[in-house]
Design a protein around this ligand. Sequence first.
Ligand code: GLU
Length: 305
Amino acid sequence: MNYQTVLEEIKEEIRPYLNKGTVANYIPALANVAEDDFAMSIIEIDGSEHHIGSYKKPFSIQSISKVFTFTLALDIYGKDLYKRVGHEPSGNPFNSLIQLEYEKGIPRNPFINAGAIVTTDSLVSKYKENTFSTLLEFIKKVSNDENIAFNKEIFKSELESGYRNFALINMMKSFNNIENHTQEVIETYFKQCSIMMNTKQLTKSMLYLANHGVIPNTNSEIITQAQAKRINAVMLTCGHYDASGDFAFHVGLPGKSGVGGGIVAVVPQKMAICVYSPRLNKHGNSLVGTKALELFTTKTRLSIF
Ligand code: GLU
């Protein structure tokens, strides 16, 4: 299969959708993007790379960062992590408060905001003031790229406007599911969301999940095979919030989206993929990104189903 040709076809076929959807503007600094941008990368386990569009241009990874924090927390705490955050789809929007109250401050999964905040809190308990630098080093390692940083303007913008996330962390603190100072945890969470990466870097960073937890062509085991299986399963069932079923239905791959417009996806034992297009559908997932991945699995028959 010539994946470069597949990418070229996809780029043509998504063109009519490029002006549909809206960029995330509830975080003011996130709205400052080229709205009709598009990039897509594929990296195979053997190292072959295929890219199209603005694949060298960094964007805010937002909730894709939750895959990295989940990986680190699972590595430290193993199954004990699930005492504080579940692994079931929520069926609710990413920043919903409702379920969290009646489920006594235990978020459904690590990919909705509440669950990611608990996961980050668990890392702060372990790494204290070095939490963010540890996370950034981890991301540089799995991406095999030193040139990754967070965007201060986006971080500040989210800190100034993230009232819902403050509500979520305070509610969980009231249920004793946050161990550290809320301000420290929420700042770490906002920083991780404002990390900037391009589709090439993000694709590379997901290869360990396509390769049983090991960075391909190295002996570097990031997590065990069993844990890699779990992370992929949670990506499949919870990676797109209340549209996770729809993503499985149309695309059929483990994936994780971010409101910055990126989506990563994993084809087990074959490759990782990342697509970027900042306009979102009503569930907060990249509209063109979802479409592009659907076209990809249709053309290549690489859906896991
Ligand atoms: N930083 C975003 C928020 O907390 C992450 C949401 C997302 O990317 O889905 O609202």
